[in-house]
Design a protein around this ligand. Structure first.
Ligand code: ADP
Ligand code: ADP
Length: 198
């Protein structure tokens, strides 16, 4: 289980996250609902150890993220797609991530297939649509076959078919026992899941 307890983050006078507590449990999709600016991305970035909280804690099966060995095998995340090198192909990006995390190269083609990017995999990501970048981000998150998935606004840029695809994928992943957190500013996208909001 991931336990987020009384998490707070301040940027100067801005309270980006204000004493937020929730859990992410194996086999459950938890919807993380809040308007733009509510602090969802900041919360997820703190959960991944990418930012330090001003207060509170995050424990992943009892341990802070930064103490996990082979972290991508524990937690996979979809963040804002700006992290992608636009000159690299989707496959090259995933191969680099696999190589730097001790994940076998064969896993790259598996996740490309899972997200429906096989035919676009050798093209530069600079030519990808937002929806394709989201699919690449989901592939990124799934690469280590992690127990937990943290997906920040995964439906952004997806067409209705893509939105149905991500919904079905999350259902299957939770059925396989993964714990999933999925953020959205739209109630319609998280109402089918157990929902945390503030
Ligand atoms: P959400 O993901 O729910 O849209 P964010 O976590 O992106 O919300 O942002 C929450 C609040 O924190 C916003 O008011 C945003 O402007 C502010 N914020 C986020 N990151 C920073 C930062 N690095 N510096 C200053 N303010 C920030
Ligand atoms: P490093 O310290 O190895 O350079 P960072 O912590 O700076 O790694 O993360 C680099 C990028 O990797 C982040 O911006 C984020 O997009 C991605 N990332 C980090 N943790 C995860 C994760 N658990 N799952 C998927 N992507 C991640």
């Amino acid at each position: 289980m991931i336990e987020v307890a009384q998490l707070t983050k301040r940027y100067g006078d801005v309270r980006a996250v204000d004493s937020v507590s929730f859990t992410v449990e194996p086999g459950v999709v938890t919807g993380f609902l809040g308007p733009n600016g509510a602090g969802k991305s900041t919360t997820i970035r703190i959960m991944l150890g990418l930012e330090r909280p001003s207060g509170g804690s995050v424990l992943i099966d009892g341990r802070p993220y930064r103490t996990l060995r082979e972290p991508l095998r524990h937690v996979g995340a979809l963040l804002d797609p700006s992290w992608v090198n636009r000159k690299q192909s989707g496959r090259a990006h995933l191969r680099w991530l696999a190589a730097s995390n001790g994940i076998p190269d064969s896993r790259v083609d598996e996740v490309l297939d899972l997200v429906g990017l096989t035919s676009a995999a050798s093209r530069r990501t600079g030519g990808y649509s937002l929806g394709m970048l989201q699919r690449l981000g989901v592939a990124n998150a799934l690469l280590g076959d992690p127990r937990y998935l943290l997906l920040d606004e995964p439906s952004n840029g997806l067409d209705p078919e893509g939105i149905a695809w991500i919904r079905d994928l999350l259902t299957v992943l939770a059925r396989d026992g993964k714990g999933v957190l999925v953020s959205s500013h739209l109630l319609s996208e998280v109402s089918r899941w157990r929902t945390t909001s503030w």
